[in-house]
Ligand binder design. Structure first.
Ligand code: SF4
Ligand code: SF4
Length: 359
C-alpha cells in the first residue's frame, strides 16, 4: 500500500511541475519517503493545486473529515501543503517541490535531524535530477530582479513595482524566515560567505501561513525596511515572482547558494532572462577605479576598460544595482534598459506568457 502511495506521488509531483518536478529515479523515492509518511503521501496525492475544503479532500480518500483535517494540519506544519484562511476554517492545496515544499521546510531555520536529513536528500535529488535531465533551458523567467530603487538616476521611469519598499508599504502582514538556499547549505555544513539566513520575506496570506505554522516571524514595517537595507549593503539581490500585481514573497539572493541565480548563470545570456529592466551607467569623472563594483557584481558582468572605468556586459547584467550601492564614490547610477518588456501583471498572465513561449 505504502509503496503504491509513493509511486502515485511520483506522478502527482510530475504533474505539479516547476524545477525538479517528480522524476523516476531512486533519489526521488529516498527523498519523498523521508518527507511524507504513507498517510501524508496518500493525502498529498488527492490535493488539488487550487485551495480545497477538508470535506472535498476527505471525500476523495474514504477517511473522515476529522481524520483528514488532522493529517492536513500535520502536513501544513511541516511545509508539505499550502493553507488559506477563510471565514469558517481553512482551505488546503497541494504544492510543487519548487516553489513550495523545498522552501517551506526550512523557513523556521531549525537544525533538527529531520531538517538536516531533508537538506541532504534534497541536494542529492537535485544533483541526480540535473545529471539525468541536463541544464534546463529557461525560456521565460518565472522570477525577476527588483533593483535597488534609490540608485536609479533621476529622470528615468520607475514603476512602483520597481521599488522594493512599496511591497513593505502595501502589506499589513509581513513575515520573515530563513532563505531556503542558505539554510539548506548551512545544514550541509557549507560556507555561507558571511551571508545572513533569516532575511527572506513573505507578504499577506502567505506571511500569515509561514508565521503561524512554519516558524517564520512577523515583523513590523520598520524592521522589514532595515532588513532590506542590510541585504543591500551586503550585496544581495532582491528577487520576486515575475509579476507586478501579485507579489507574495521577496528573496534576498546571493551568487553562491541561490537556486534561481545558479540556474540563470548556466544560461548563455543570463542578463536577458533575469533582469530588472535597468542597467548601470558610470560617471568617469567620479570613478577612482577601485574595482569594488567589479568584485560585488553577482554575475561578473563588469570589467575594467583601458580608460580605467568599468564597462558592463548587458548579456550578463541583472540590473540589480548591487554595484551602485557599493560604489564609494557614488559614480554609478541605474538607468532604464531600452526595449526591456514590462513584466506580466498577474500569475495568470505569467502562465499565458510562459505557454506562448513553450508553444
Ligand atoms: S566602485 Fe565606483 S569608483 Fe570603484 S571602480 Fe566601480 S564605479 Fe569606479
Ligand atoms: S553590473 Fe552587476 S551588480 Fe551592477 S546591476 Fe548589473 S548585475 Fe547588478
Amino acid at each position: 500500500m505504502a509503496e503504491n502511495a509513493y509511486r502515485e506521488l511520483l506522478e502527482v509531483m510530475k504533474s505539479r511541475g516547476g524545477p525538479y518536478a517528480g522524476l523516476d529515479i531512486p533519489e526521488f523515492f529516498a527523498l519523498v519517503e523521508e518527507l511524507f509518511d504513507p498517510e501524508e503521501a496518500e493525502i498529498n496525492n488527492v490535493l488539488p493545486r487550487r485551495p480545497a475544503s477538508i470535506d472535498e479532500i476527505a471525500a476523495k480518500t474514504g477517511r473522515s473529515p476529522e481524520e483528514v483535517s488532522g493529517i492536513l494540519e500535520r502536513m501544513a506544519g511541516k511545509g508539505l501543503c499550502g493553507v488559506s484562511k477563510i471565514s469558517d476554517g481553512e482551505l488546503y492545496r497541494g504544492l510543487p517541490f519548487m516553489p513550495g515544499i523545498f522552501e517551506f521546510i526550512f523557513i523556521g531555520g531549525g537544525e533538527s535531524e529531520r531538517e538536516k536529513t531533508a537538506a541532504r536528500l534534497i541536494h542529492t535529488y537535485k544533483k541526480a535530477y540535473s545529471e539525468a535531465k541536463g541544464v534546463a533551458q529557461i525560456s521565460y523567467p518565472l522570477t525577476r530582479v527588483i533593483p535597488v530603487a534609490r540608485t536609479i538616476r533621476a529622470g528615468n521611469t520607475i514603476h512602483t513595482y520597481d521599488q522594493v519598499m512599496t511591497y513593505i508599504d502595501q502589506y499589513d502582514v509581513i513575515g520573515v524566515g530563513a532563505c531556503y538556499c542558505r539554510q539548506a547549505a548551512k545544514l550541509r555544513g557549507e560556507e555561507l560567505h558571511g551571508m545572513p539566513v533569516g532575511v527572506c520575506m513573505w507578504f499577506g496570506e502567505v506571511a500569515e501561513n509561514i508565521t503561524g505554522r512554519l516558524g517564520g516571524r512577523q515583523v513590523a514595517k520598520e524592521e522589514a525596511r532595515e532588513i532590506v537595507e542590510r541585504c543591500e549593503a551586503l550585496g544581495l539581490i532582491h528577487m520576486s515572482r515575475n509579476t507586478t500585481d501579485e507579489i507574495d514573497f521577496m528573496c534576498n539572493c546571493d551568487r553562491w547558494h541561490c537556486e534561481v541565480v545558479g540556474q540563470v548563470l548556466k544560461q548563455p545570456r543570463p542578463g536577458l532572462i533575469f533582469n530588472s529592466g535597468f542597467k548601470p551607467a558610470f560617471d568617469a569623472e567620479r570613478c577612482s577605479a577601485c574595482e569594488t563594483c567589479i568584485n560585488r557584481c553577482p554575475p561578473e558582468a563588469l570589467t575594467m576598460s583601458e580608460a580605467n572605468v568599468p564597462v558592463v556586459n548587458t548579456d550578463r547584467c541583472f540590473g540589480c544595482g548591487v554595484c551602485a550601492t557599493g560604489c564609494p564614490e557614488g559614480a554609478i547610477a541605474m538607468e532604464n534598459k531600452p526595449g526591456f518588456p514590462a513584466p506580466p501583471k498577474t500569475a495568470k498572465e505569467l502562465v499565458t506568457a510562459l505557454k506562448s513561449i513553450v508553444q
